[in-house]
Design a binder for this molecule. Structure first.
Ligand SMILES: NC(=O)c1ccc[n+]([C@@H]2O[C@H](COP(=O)([O-])OP(=O)(O)OC[C@H]3O[C@@H](n4cnc5c(N)ncnc54)[C@H](O)[C@@H]3O)[C@@H](O)[C@H]2O)c1
Length: 248
């Protein structure tokens, strides 16, 4: 029970990597706010956590909306008394439009950035006071190896997440709030299957470790970054990627 007495919010916790994160934290004793735009999926995950003996609350959030992020923070406070951990995992990824920067519809681009780039900031602003009241906290942002690639607006948003990680860490260190990011390589979720289709084999061929990642592959990094073992680790981007960012 590594995280007994801790309260964690996982955005995008309704499916994919976020679902695995949420359940893994509950298994280690954390009370978990499963926050997602998709209320049905969030409710399912929260219910499954409770059925397994954990404590969870499903909350609808649109991370692109600062008011909605504030309401999520307030719901966590009301249910569990405060927030220790924030995992900024939500993003538009599954089913995202694949379009060039020069041709993408600008309304879509703005919405995409509001979610994938600004969402982590909105949620952090919504909870940092609560963390501070509890003597500190930890934020883990979900980046991607795409941050170092030419993957269009998805890559731009993830590169911004890396910079946000460094800058928020610099602003909040004095409050004993650490901020780090995990940069997953290609990971087997329904969302990835929808984006890469039958390109999985060529993708895997680019990796040092010749298999696609699983959501579970990221759990060790998440738990380390949240734990006191990482109490002097901040402003870091940890690639968990099978060696994806190395040019072979
Ligand atoms: N799967 C991969 O290969 C991979 C690789 C690198 C990084 N990532 C990142 O990991 C995270 C999760 O990936 P996944 O494969 O589980 O994707 P996913 O699409 O299955 O999960 C994203 C979740 O975010 C939620 N969401 C979307 N917009 C939202 C909004 N405005 N407010 C709140 N919630 C919203 C969705 O409902 C969904 O539950 C994303 O940040 C993604 O960019 C994934």
């Amino acid at each position: 029970m590594r995280f007994a007495d801790k309260v964690a919010i996982v955005t995008g916790g309704g499916q994919g990597i976020g679902e695995t994160y949420a359940k893994s934290l509950a298994e280690q004793g954390a009370r978990v706010v499963v926050a997602d735009l998709n209320t049905e999926q969030a409710a399912r995950v929260a219910k499954e956590i409770e059925s397994a003996g954990g404590a969870a609350l499903a909350v609808r959030v649109d991370v692109s909306d600062p008011e909605s992020a504030l309401a999520m923070g307030a719901a966590a406070e009301e249910a569990f008394g405060g927030v220790d951990y924030l995992v900024n995992n939500a993003a538009i990824y599954g089913g995202m439009q694949i379009e060039s920067l020069l041709k993408v519809d600008l309304d879509y681009y703005q919405k995409f950035m509001a979610v994938n780039m600004n969402g982590a900031l909105h949620c952090t602003r919504a909870v940092y006071r609560s963390m501070r009241r509890r003597g500190g906290g930890v934020v883990v942002n979900q980046s991607s190896t795409a941050a170092w690639m030419a993957g269009g607006f998805y890559s731009i948003a993830k590169a911004a997440i890396n910079s946000l990680t460094v800058n928020l860490a610099a602003e909040m260190g004095w409050m004993n709030i650490r901020v780090n990011a995990i940069a997953p390589g290609p990971t087997d979720t329904a969302a990835t299957r929808s984006v890469v289709g039958d390109m999985v084999d060529p993708l895997v061929n680019e990796l040092i470790i010749k298999r696609i990642g699983t959501p579970q592959d990221h759990v060790g990094a998440l738990h380390f970054l949240l734990s006191d073992e990482a109490s002097w680790v901040t402003a870091q981007i940890l690639a968990v990627d099978g060696g994806h960012i190395v040019r072979l």
